[in-house]
Design a protein. Structure first.
Lengths: 297, 265
């Protein structure tokens, strides 16, 4: 049985098409990373899966049910945004409140201990640090012992150690058989957690592959050099661009081989620079060139 | 680390009962309201001040048991209407702008427990607002009621507050906080005047009296006066009040359902 099933879903906001005929199935025990630039439609997709919105066309099923039915959502855990915790409620109270919605919630004390928040139980959430709020947010997704959790940018804005701690909690949940769908615009985060990666941009699924498969596709090198002859059509160059100042920008999966080819072919070049493609450049590779304007950030 | 989630086990099926969910939401809404004491106090202060400025100094009113009781009833109802419209109109609009709101909507509970809890929470704080009014009316005016009348009055005022809570929610779920504030004010004060909460309806010209009897405030006021003094309300008072309640309930539910589509992403 698929845990999350998104079938031909389109969702518009006025003129903007946030999701355009998206189909995505997540099986039990999978850990899927949704990767995409801001505004790509990741959060919209999660809000459909969590039943907050309904699709214009197409269907969304969670654990075999309609996520807009409250009964379906007893098997679903969602994180609030860390900025959105009710500031006057205490940490323990927020956990009690959220846990109270589920038939068999985890004991508040045990959950707070797992997330290192035991000594904060009596503190109002407004007094927590950013990292503590994030930990609380992920704890709130787990309090109902859900079978599937949706994590929207779980570690955005955290320092390295706080991020590692949260990743640990997510991995533990997954290791016990939980299904995870998480969004991120950090390649690194998806790389650290996900087994399967779905790249989404402009409301369209651009790639849906294993982590290795995606990494190969984004493992591009950027070769910058100055040359008189047009090199953008060389074999091994995935994409290239000639600039007015005489420099050329070439993207390739194997920069070593490209440079060897240039040398052995006797091509005149100068000012050679090579570096790994950034995430934005990797996106540029995956998304069509005519829809690039939304991809930068 | 010791007590991690039992995700691999078969989870228990079924949802938490609506009554327990309502109690849960009521408990936490009450906590949230009470943690900001200024809001609670402000709600209690305005009707009390109005009593001291407009009722207590006028001995014709203050020393006449029926008039004084009517004056207390009018201000009490105003306090409840104002609390309901502001708490829900403005409070809901503000809540919707917090990112916690969509999160709560993703929890396994329908809109009902939350809305019912809001109504109950509003009623609790409306009752707090009545306490100083009753004390002032008792100590400084000739207003007098039996215990039974007082209880009947409290029950009536709670029933009367329901349409205003629902109207407030309809506004709150339709508008942003900035837009909700003027809308609530524009709705509240004409309704309060036309309903005879500030000036008794006996002072109204005929056309205004007729118009007034169609308003929920007038219907509520006359029912409240009936409960407190025994002076019979006009025949249509209950149908008018119930009619508005049904209309505002439909508006509130519609606004709640449409709310999701209006916010961007």
């Amino acid at each position: 049985m698929t845990v999350i099933s998104v079938d031909g879903v389109t969702r518009r906001f006025g003129e903007v098409v946030a999701l355009d005929d998206v189909t995505l199935d997540v099986g039990p025990g999978e850990l899927v990373g949704l990767l995409g630039p801001n505004g790509a439609g990741k959060s919209t997709l999660l809000s459909l899966v969590s039943g907050q919105r309904r699709p214009d066309t197409g269907g969304v099923r969670v654990l075999g049910g309609d996520p807009r039915d409250a009964a379906t959502r007893t098997g679903l855990g969602v994180t609030p945004q860390e900025t959105g915790l009710p500031p006057t409620l205490r940490v323990g109270e927020v956990v009690d409140f959220v846990g109270g919605h589920f038939p068999d919630p985890m004991p508040t004390a045990a959950l707070l201990e797992q997330f290192g928040l035991t000594d904060k139980a009596r503190k109002q959430t407004g007094s927590l640090s950013g990292g503590q709020k994030r930990r609380l947010a992920v704890a709130l997704a787990l309090v109902g012992r859900p079978r599937v959790i949706l994590l929207d940018e779980p570690t955005t804005g955290l320092d390295v150690s706080a991020r590692q701690a949260l990743w640990g909690a997510i991995r533990r949940y997954h290791a016990e058989g939980g299904t995870v769908l998480l969004t991120s615009h950090y390649l690194e985060e998806v790389q650290a957690l996900a087994e399967r990666v779905v790249v989404i941009d402009h409301g369209v699924v651009r790639a849906d592959d294993s982590l290795d498969g995606i990494l190969r596709r984004v493992g591009l090198r950027r070769v910058l050099l100055r040359a008189a002859t047009d090199l953008t059509g060389l074999p091994g160059v995935a994409r290239g661009e000639r600039r007015d100042d005489g420099t050329q920008e070439l993207y390739t999966t194997d920069s070593d081989a490209l440079v060897r080819d240039l040398v052995s072919a006797g091509v005149e070049f100068s000012d050679l620079q090579i570096r790994g493609a950034s995430l934005e450049e990797a996106f540029a590779e995956m998304v069509a060139a005519d829809t690039l304007e939304g991809a930068h950030r | 680390m010791t007590a991690t989630t039992a995700a691999a086990q078969v989870p228990p099926s079924g949802t938490v009962s609506p009554a327990r969910l309502t109690w849960l939401h009521l408990k936490f809404q009450f906590l949230e309201t009470v943690r900001i004491p200024v809001a609670v106090l402000g709600n209690m202060l305005f009707p009390s001040l109005a009593m001291f400025f407009f009722v207590v100094p006028q001995s014709d009113v203050a020393q006449n048991p029926v008039y004084a009781t009517m004056a207390v009833a009018g201000l009490a109802l105003f306090a409840v209407c104002s609390a309901s419209l502001f708490t829900y109109g403005l409070g809901v609009a503000e809540d919707r702008q917090l990112p916690f709101d969509p999160f709560v909507r993703s929890l396994p509970a329908g809109p009902a427990p939350r809305m019912v809890a809001r109504i109950l929470n509003g009623a609790i704080f409306a009752l707090f607002g009545l306490v100083p009014l009753i004390v002032i009316g008792w100590l400084f005016t000739a207003a007098s009621v039996t215990l039974l009348q007082l209880l009947a009055g409290v029950a009536t005022i709670l029933a009367t507050s329901v349409p205003f809570v629902l109207l407030g929610m309809a506004v709150g779920y339709s508008l942003s906080a900035k837009a909700a504030l003027p809308v609530v004010q524009v709705v509240l004060f004409p309704l309060a005047f036309a309903g005879g909460l500030f000036l008794p309806p006996v002072a109204f010209p005929d056309w205004l009296n007729t118009l007034s009897q169609g308003t929920p405030t007038r219907a509520g006021r006359d029912l409240l006066v009936q409960a407190l003094t025994g002076e019979a309300a006009y025949a249509a008072a209950w149908p008018v009040l119930i009619g508005w309640t049904v209309l505002f309930a439909a508006l509130a539910v519609r606004a709640y359902r449409r709310d999701e589509g209006r916010r961007f992403r």
